[in-house]
Design a protein around this ligand. Structure first.
Ligand SMILES: Nc1ncnc2c1ncn2[C@@H]1O[C@H](COP(=O)(O)OP(=O)(O)OP(=O)(O)O)[C@@H](O)[C@H]1O
Length: 240
């Protein structure tokens, strides 16, 4: 276990926030290689702040972030992306005038020369057949749910080893929720990519994730194997 954790993501006693306002306090969290870990918590408790800190968009005031066996606490987002961390923030940001394919190619900007030369890997279109069908259409033609699928696909083109997903299922119709769950399920089945994802759904957390953490007021207040997550804990930590 020690060796596998060393190759995954490990946050230790991380304190992070915006200027003087510290949001995360003593956050310790691990995502092993190939693991799907679900980060839960009410609105405003710091889930997005945690994702941004892992990606390097916010610099922690205290604590360490290790990834792939190296200390990346001071590394820029660009270096983290090159090291294999892919980030899908909340919201959708496709360029409406570029084609779906051109938009996907932008996902390779942060990749190394070899990956850029290889272009969009086949598995991305295999995972998202709708994007293959629509690859020559304008980004603006995609529905909201398709744009959410696109955001995940764009992160996958650079073949990350750790994928950070911030509420990928929020506000989309049930058929696309199922599509995205299927993709995350197949990423998990391959065990070649780890996933840290913010998601409130108990069904998702217990069905697909291996492990969960609950964040409250910037601190981890509960964690465990997902099969142990009960309605009672959800009521205690997550109900408004
Ligand atoms: N750019 C910012 N500057 C200052 N404070 C911020 C900034 N972004 C977020 N915050 C504050 O940090 C706290 C945590 O916000 P964060 O977005 O991490 O929560 P969250 O758990 O992701 O919430 P949600 O589920 O609503 O997305 C909130 O009090 C928020 O107001």
């Amino acid at each position: 276990m020690t060796e596998s954790v060393a190759e995954g993501l490990e946050l230790k006693d991380v304190e992070s926030g915006y200027g003087e306002s510290m949001i995360l306090r003593q956050v310790t969290l691990k995502v092993g290689p190939g693991q799907v870990v679900c980060l839960m918590g009410r609105n405003g408790v710091g889930k997005t702040t945690l994702m941004k800190t892992v990606m390097g968009l916010l610099k922690p005031r205290r604590g360490t972030i290790r990834y792939g066996g190296a200390d990346v606490t001071s590394c820029s987002p660009d270096r983290r992306a090159k090291a294999g961390i892919g980030y899908v923030p909340q919201g959708r940001d496709i360029f409406p005038q570029l084609t779906v394919e051109e938009n996907l190619l932008l996902g390779l900007e942060a990749a190394d020369a070899k990956l850029r030369k290889a272009g969009i890997p086949d598995f991305v279109y295999e995972q998202f057949p709708v994007l293959k069908e629509m690859r020559l259409r304008k980004g603006g033609d995609l529905s909201g749910g398709q744009q959410q699928q696109f955001s995940i696909a764009r992160a996958l083109v650079s073949r990350p080893r750790l994928l950070l997903l911030d509420e990928p299922l929020e506000g989309i119709q049930p058929s696309i929720v199922m599509e995205i769950e299927r993709v995350i399920g197949s990423i998990k089945a391959e065990r070649s990519m780890a996933v840290l994802l913010v998601e409130q759904s108990l069904t998702f957390a217990t069905g697909i994730a291996d492990y969960y953490y609950v964040l409250d007021k910037g601190t981890i207040v509960a964690e465990g194997g997902s099969s142990a997550l009960s309605e009672e804990q959800v009521r205690k930590h997550l109900a408004v």
